[in-house]
Design a protein around this ligand. Structure first.
Ligand SMILES: Cc1cc2nc3c(=O)[nH]c(=O)nc-3n(C[C@H](O)[C@H](O)[C@H](O)COP(=O)(O)OP(=O)(O)OC[C@H]3O[C@@H](n4cnc5c(N)ncnc54)[C@H](O)[C@@H]3O)c2cc1C
Length: 334
């Protein structure tokens, strides 16, 4: 008999007592990893007034939930959350810890990894167990997919964005064990979160949009960006961006699509002035029909989309907008 392996852990995340979708997605995928390792899936849930919530984590595929239920944990407190998870991980020796690549997870995961003196792969787009029963974390890099392993340290850690893995079908008949976590009363802390203020997203929600128009570095300047935004508006589409468009300050960080941004799955995606780099394209792999507008006929984006328009978007987009308006006008008069 081989040595039994520690569990697969998912750090579940809640905001205002609502468990985020990514937590269920990670539990769903965690089940596959756990099956390959012949071990269990466990979630850590920290919050307040969360007594009923472990049921949802069991329905998603969790076997056990460590529940920290305390007013101190109602909102994410980096130092307290880290301290609790570090202590628990040292006791329970998980094999793998999965964390959502959310604002919280992007901070919490490296804090935990540093305390546990282990490795962390950020923004993974796939996770598999290899032939040696080691976690293979896949990220886009060097124009392809790079597999990263952490052979010598445990736990193996990864962050994964919302939408990388599907929502598991909830099985309400599943039950599991709830283990209460004692919340240490005296944790020295330099940071205290007083409240979480939700920023109202501008424009349409990218993740649920039927049509997404995304702009890239080729927009060139703010005036160009407004042209691309105009296309989104006339199509009643959500407006997304590549990283350079965010770095230039034309678009908000929340609108970035890709490995370190959002995953979208619209019926129609139109990419304007972007080159089709894998880090962006992984974010649109769920799109049904993909169109690219690029003035370079040799751009790699054309190899990845269903329809390509080789043109300067500054020439093409205004004409396209007029044609769409004409068509919409005809529809109204029919
Ligand atoms: C760890 C890591 C994570 C990353 N995560 C993300 C991520 O989540 N999302 C993301 O987007 N990027 C991400 N990136 C960056 C990514 O690698 C690319 O650099 C980025 O996606 C390129 O953006 P782009 O296509 O807008 O720019 P470019 O590659 O510069 O392409 C611009 C395109 O515009 C075209 N163009 C120029 N002028 C015009 C015009 N007038 N009309 C039409 N076309 C024109 C050009 O031909 C060119 O193809 C990440 C990188 C790393 C290393």
């Amino acid at each position: 008999m081989g040595k039994s392996r520690g569990p697969v852990w998912v750090i579940a995340e809640q905001i205002d007592c609502r468990i985020l979708e990514v937590s269920f997605q990670l539990i769903g995928h965690g089940r596959k990893l756990a099956a390959a390792l012949d071990t269990t899936v466990e979630a850590i849930l920290l919050g307040h007034k969360m007594e009923e919530h472990p049921r949802q984590l069991f329905a998603a595929g969790g076997d056990r939930v460590y529940l920290g239920n305390d007013p101190e944990l109602a909102v994410y407190q980096p130092e307290i959350y880290t301290e609790i998870i570090e202590k628990l991980a040292k006791e329970r020796q998980p094999e793998i810890i999965l964390v959502g690549s959310t604002a919280m997870g992007r901070e919490l995961a490296p804090l935990i990894a540093a305390r546990l003196d282990t490795g962390l792969t950020a923004h993974c787009i796939d996770l598999v167990i290899d032939g040696n029963k080691v976690l293979e974390s896949r990220i886009p890099a060097y124009g392809g997919l790079l597999s990263i392993i952490c052979p010598d340290r445990r736990p193996q850690m990864a962050t994964i964005a919302t939408g990388v893995f599907p929502n598991p079908e909830p099985d309400e008949s599943r039950t599991g064990e709830i283990i209460p976590i004692e919340v240490p009363k005296k944790i020295p802390r330099r940071i205290q979160t007083l409240e979480v203020v939700r920023e109202e997203p501008e424009g349409m929600d990218l993740e649920s949009a039927t049509i997404v128009v995304a702009g890239g570095a080729g927009a060139g300047d703010p005036a160009g960006w407004r042209k691309i935004a105009g296309l989104a508006e006339v199509l009643n589409a959500a407006l997304g961006a590549t990283r350079p468009a965010v770095d230039e300050g034309w678009a908000a960080l929340e609108t970035m699509i890709g490995q370190s941004g959002k995953m979208v799955s619209p019926e129609l995606y139109i990419g304007v002035g972007l080159s089709g780099e894998l880090q962006h394209m992984v974010g649109i792999s769920g799109a049904k029909i993909m169109v690219a507008i690029n003035n370079d006929a040799k751009s790699p984006v054309f190899e990845q989309v269903d329809y390509g328009i080789v043109d300067d978007y500054r020439e093409f987009v205004p004409v396209f907008i007029e044609k769409i308006k004409e068509y919409q006008g005809k529809l109204k008069t029919c």
